[in-house]
Write a protein that binds this ligand. Structure first.
Ligand SMILES: [Zn+2]
Length: 497
């Protein structure tokens, strides 16, 4: 035992207050308690509890007094009796020494509010309630990341806080990276794109930096890095060699906002977003024979995307093309980044009334057209709870956006009508009509948007239909005909919007 340890022990014993439990609130939710210990004005927290608050692994060596916290592969090293910690070779002042109490290590609470610690954890910590509540909130400074495939380039966009520097660099012919020193991401993310230009993108926390990685689909790609404001975004456009803009055009595009660049394309493709509902931990409705809504709608969505990709003048974006959980807000954000002309969300229905069956088409409204429509909207919106959010939390944002919604409602109603008539021709199913309800996924989308419930998983025959490839093929054909009809009408009526 060193002199330092002995000294801190004696100090601790002399001015000790009885140990107590500090309440921990993370992201506004009560998370339990952390053992605390006060000496004068200094608050110490049990290292093991700090570890569990942040999801870090704690390695504690009581004999040597060494303490290591490991998070996402990065180590924070501490030592009993020392008033600095070491992270990636850099020293962080602790505002007090690490102390030993019983056989446990306690760290000064000031560590948690150190800038380097926040960057390491991606969380910001505050002592509130007179220092009796530890409040921890995500402090991501980089992200979210979005991407879209346009006619001539693939665009990857990442938001980042002002003050952060970044640098782009090629990785041979296989891709490029943008690194953001001292950046923090909420959660690592990686996406497959496979649009012929970009194979995949990822945004990941690494030691001391955040890395945006773009992996090209094949050699011969060129890329252009630019920045947009409000919010601050780093933009990477990836071109095939033969699509790369002339140097003058590239300079102009870098200076102009994204919208202007998109509008300048002479002939604009009709952009359709296909949104297979649910996915991952959110199964959606479950049939009597355990058919899952998320599987049916993914199969239909993929077949629809394939069918539409055979058409000229149409470009397709899917909000998900595998069994993954995608938050509702991200679906509409991605649709907006893509510049959607039409958004089609695909679902399967379910009802407590076993006899209910048929197809139903909805478009957005503040008021439901009938109680059943309202019940269904509540069901489809319930995924917000899985995302740790509530509808109330979204209200403010929704009201702000509601103004721009109305202009799309006529077009959505028109498409809903076309879809209904295409499906009536093809399916041996009752048409339950076009209805209105407040579906969250439709609300954030800057385009006419409809939600289509193919059939009822709670109905024995409908469930069997949904499991049949031939039935799904008819559904796909019906939707794609309606989309093409709608696109033709829009183009005839005044060209690209
Ligand atoms: Zn659904």
């Amino acid at each position: 035992m060193t002199k330092g340890i002995l000294l801190s022990l004696l100090l601790a014993l002399a001015a000790a207050s009885p140990s107590a439990a500090m309440d921990v609130v993370a992201e506004g939710r009560y998370k339990g308690t952390a053992e605390e210990y006060r000496v004068g004005d200094t608050v110490y927290l049990a290292a093991r509890d700090v570890g569990s608050v942040y999801g870090a692994q704690v390695y504690w060596y009581p004999v040597s007094g060494r303490l290591r916290l490991s998070l996402r592969g990065r180590q924070l090293e501490l030592m009993v009796g020392s008033d600095t910690a070491v992270l990636d070779g850099r020293r962080i002042p602790l505002g007090g020494q690490v102390i030993l109490r019983g056989s446990e290590a306690f760290v000064p609470s000031a560590l948690l509010s150190a800038k380097e610690f926040a960057a390491w954890t991606g969380m910001r910590a505050d002592l509130e309630g007179g220092g009796r509540v530890l409040s921890v909130e995500r402090a991501a400074t980089v992200g979210p990341m979005r991407w879209s495939s346009a006619a001539r380039h693939t665009r990857v966009v990442v938001e980042l806080d002002g003050g952060l520097a970044y640098a782009g660099a090629g990785r041979g012919t296989s891709g490029m990276d943008v690194s953001v020193p001292l950046g923090a991401v909420g959660a690592d993310r990686s996406e497959r794109i496979e649009d012929g230009r970009v194979a995949s993108v990822s945004l990941a926390q690494e030691s001391g930096l955040v890395r945006l990685g773009i992996r090209f689909a094949r050699p011969g790609m060129t890329w252009k890095l630019s920045e947009l404001k409000g919010p601050r975004r780093v933009v990477v456009d990836v071109y095939s060699g033969d699509e790369a803009p002339a140097p003058e055009a590239a300079a102009a595009a870098a200076a102009a906002p994204a919208v202007a660049a998109a509008a300048s394309e002479a002939v604009r493709e009709f952009r359709i977003v296909i949104d297979p509902g649910h996915g991952g931990k959110d199964s959606g409705a479950v049939g009597r024979k355990k058919t899952l809504e998320k599987d049916v709608v993914l199969a239909v969505g993929k077949a629809l995307a394939k069918r539409l990709s055979e058409e000229r003048g149409v470009s397709v974006f899917m909000t998900r093309d595998e069994d993954v959980f995608v938050p509702l807000a991200e679906r509409s954000e991605a649709a907006n980044a893509f510049g959607a002309d039409l958004f089609v969300s695909i679902h399967c229905n379910s009802s407590p009334k076993k006899a209910d069956n048929g197809f139903e088409i909805f478009f957005l409204s503040e008021k439901a057209s009938d109680p059943d429509a309202e019940r269904l909207a509540a069901l489809e919106n319930s995924v917000l709870e899985l995302e740790g959010r509530t509808l109330e939390e979204e209200e403010a944002e929704i009201i702000l956006r509601a103004m721009s919604r109305t202009e799309f409602m006529n077009d959505a109603a028109k498409f809903a009508g076309l879809l209904g008539s295409q499906l009536r021709k093809r399916l041996d199913l009752p048409d339950r009509g076009v209805k209105q309800a407040a579906f969250y996924v439709l609300r954030g989308t800057d385009a006419p948007a409809v939600l289509f419930e193919i059939a009822f998983l709670s109905h024995r025959k409908d469930e069997a239909r949904l499991g049949s490839k031939a039935f799904r093929k008819k559904v796909v054909e019906g939707i794609s005909r309606a989309i093409l009809e709608y696109a033709r009408e829009k183009k005839g009526g005044g060209g690209a919007r």
